[in-house]
Ligand binder design. Structure first.
Ligand SMILES: O=C(O)c1cc(=O)[nH]c(=O)n1[C@@H]1O[C@H](COP(=O)(O)O)[C@@H](O)[C@H]1O
Length: 300
């Protein structure tokens, strides 16, 4: 495997798409054809999540370089959900996609080592390529992730400026004349610069929300070696124009996640009566067109 960021950059270029499709299955929102009843036992719901997410992967595989299964929706179902998550990761890999598991993990360094070992890289137990992690336990908690990611050609996306309104409570707090997210961003950038791949981006990436376009552009300028995972597009209100500041001059350096806006497209009035996978595909294609129109190069 090449360095994860080289693989990501190559896949974005090959597909001319910075779209990251988020796999966030919710029972009540599944298409009629595969939705179990609300009282169904966890094992039945988990199987429907597996079928749904694998169906989404099949529908978007040529439109997206990377998918992001959200662990929360699988964990919610207990052991059966975890089995489904494993099967979805495997299916996405088999479809030729990179996989970033959204787990937002972290702990003290010695425990972080176990999270890193379990989640990072195709040789790990879960077999994903990247993982989202929290920075708030400090540098010794991030080091096990970046170290192992470098060894296993995996990636880590550290929360820097999250998309939710409440994130500002801590992240915008002024410390030494700058908001906390800038301090976190500076640390992540130093980790990225220390282990940069051929494409110029390092093993550490950053999560920066589309809902804060000004901060996104500010962080892009301050973090030239850091690839961004941009959530908040679509269902949370961010537009393609809002994400433009997250890309570099070559139209690289960022992937934009869309979960509900793509995977539940069958529920949108414009897709009424359409096969659900066709609706998912149409929504993904529409998002890609919007990004191509808004990225600095006018498309990859
Ligand atoms: O790490 C993330 O992906 C993430 C960080 C963040 O700041 N905001 C955010 O929405 N996310 C995740 O991105 C996905 C957004 O889903 P949609 O709002 O449905 O597109 C969810 O899985 C969130 O957990």
């Amino acid at each position: 495997m090449p360095h994860f960021m080289d693989a990501l950059a190559a896949a974005v270029r090959a597909k001319r798409s910075p779209l990251m499709v988020g796999l966030d299955p919710r029972l009540a929102s599944l298409p009629d054809a595969i939705r179990p009843e609300a009282e169904a036992p966890p094992a039945v719901v988990a199987e429907s999540f597996r079928v749904f997410c694998c169906g989404v992967v099949d529908a978007v595989a040529d439109l997206t370089p990377i998918v992001k299964p959200q662990a929360a929706f699988f964990e919610q179902l207990g052991p059966a959900g975890m089995g489904a998550l494993g099967a979805v990761i495997e299916h996405a890999r088999a479809a030729g996609l990179l996989v970033c598991v959204d787990g937002k993990r972290n702990d003290i360094g010695s425990t972080a080592e176990a999270y890193a070992d379990g989640w990072l890289g195709r040789s790990s137990a879960w077999g994903g390529d990247a993982l989202t992690v929290s920075p708030y336990l400090g540098d010794d908690s991030l080091e096990p992730f970046t170290k192992l990611a470098a060894e296993r050609d995996a990636g880590v996306f550290v929360l820097v400026k999250t998309s939710n309104p409440g994130g500002k409570l801590w992240q915008d707090r002024q410390i030494d004349g700058r908001p906390l997210y800038r301090h976190v961003g500076e640390h992540v950038e130093s980790l990225a610069a220390a282990a940069a791949a051929d494409c110029g981006y390092g093993v550490a990436g950053a999560v920066v929300g589309a809902t804060y376009p000004e901060q996104l552009a500010e962080l892009r300028a301050a973090m030239p070696h850091t690839w961004f995972l941009i959530p908040g597009f679509g269902a949370q209100g961010g537009s393609a124009a809002d994400t433009a500041g997250g890309f570099d001059a070559n139209g690289l350096g960022a992937v934009v996640n869309s979960s509900r806006g793509v995977i539940f497209a069958h529920a949108k009035p414009e897709h009424a009566g359409r096969d659900w996978q066709d609706a998912v595909r149409a929504a993904a294609a529409e998002a890609v067109e919007q990004f191509r129109a808004e990225t600095p190069t006018g498309g990859l």
